[in-house]
Design a protein around this ligand. Structure first.
Ligand SMILES: Nc1ncnc2c1ncn2[C@@H]1O[C@H](COP(=O)(O)OP(=O)(O)OP(=O)(O)O)[C@@H](O)[C@H]1O
Ligand SMILES: [Mg+2]
Length: 262
């Protein structure tokens, strides 16, 4: 919490390698995400983006290297503790409870963060009622913030995909993440929705002081909203820097052209 403005890294990836049998999915990748930044992680198919994403959300354990969040390794912790320490994520294919309403899904997102848990909820210990009221208030705020008021009490199933993606964002934000990992948020969205998403991600960063890691194929979106971009190819970092610089990087251009030609 202390070092906000000084460019202290919120997340630091150190020499991360991941090997699956004979495949080297990541090969000694290092980068940092400064607090308050949007970092875009790009690269052609098979570059290792999703593998990195899965390391950061603790679904995978790196074969080598370390991942530090607020200066502490996340590797000793299991995936289900990530929300509580401040790392939130959305899923590429939307992972919501489709029979539950928008509001219920957002409430569930908040539960993963509170001290109130299944045990003291079911025992009705003092405090859980006020925690519940707090969660309901937060859920309503997020519903308003993400313009979900009209559909708040409708089941998620049947809502347009773009709307479901906003519900996922609301669910992830309900846990008050410090770092939000977005896995291809533009996938399946139309042109206008991608534009709106870009605006929303920047707004979330600014209004809610959330640092963002964006794994995305949509180059226009990445380049327009990222403060910094890290490019991977065949598991290695090949470029890093401001979007305008990375965009012109010869190795990155070769990687994309090579990928398409192959
Ligand atoms: N669970 C796994 N088991 C074996 N190999 C894997 C596994 N996950 C990923 N790989 C391999 O690791 C490499 C990196 O894959 P990854 O999914 O991270 O790439 P990506 O950059 O996300 O690609 P895409 O843009 O196509 O989603 C690829 O060669 C892939 O086949
Ligand atoms: Mg992927």
């Amino acid at each position: 919490m202390s070092s906000g403005a000084g460019g202290a890294p919120l997340l630091e990836v150190r020499d991360v390698a991941v090997r699956f049998d004979g495949i080297v999915a990541l090969d000694g990748v290092s980068f940092k995400i400064v607090k308050g930044q949007v970092l875009g992680l790009i690269g052609p198919n098979g570059a290792g983006k999703t593998t990195m994403f899965n390391c950061l959300s603790r679904l995978y354990t790196p074969t080598e290297g370390d991942v530090l969040f607020e200066g502490q390794s996340i590797l000793p912790r299991p995936a289900h503790e990530m929300a509580a320490i401040g790392i939130g994520r959305t899923f590429q294919n939307v992972a919501l409870f489709s029979r539950l309403t928008v509001r219920e899904n957002v409430l569930i997102g908040g539960h993963s963060h509170t001290t109130s848990n299944f045990f003291n909820d079911s025992l009705r210990l003092p405090g859980s009622r006020s925690v519940e009221r707090g969660l309901e208030k937060t859920a309503q705020e997020l519903i308003d913030y993400l313009h979900l008021g009209d559909v708040a009490d409708r089941p998620v199933a049947g809502l347009p995909f773009g709307t479901q993606k906003r519900v996922e964002l609301a669910r992830a934000l309900a846990a008050s993440p410090k770092l939000l990992l977005l896995d291809e948020p533009a996938g399946g969205l139309n042109h206008d929705e991608v534009h709106e998403l870009g605006r929303l991600v920047k707004q979330i960063r600014d209004d809610r002081n959330v640092t963002v890691l964006l794994v995305e194929h949509h180059m226009g979106l990445v380049m327009s909203i990222s403060d910094n971009v890290v490019a991977l190819n065949f598991g290695k970092k090949i470029a890093e820097g401001a979007p305008d610089v990375v965009r012109k990087d010869p190795e990155l251009i070769r990687a994309y052209l090579g990928g398409e030609a192959a």
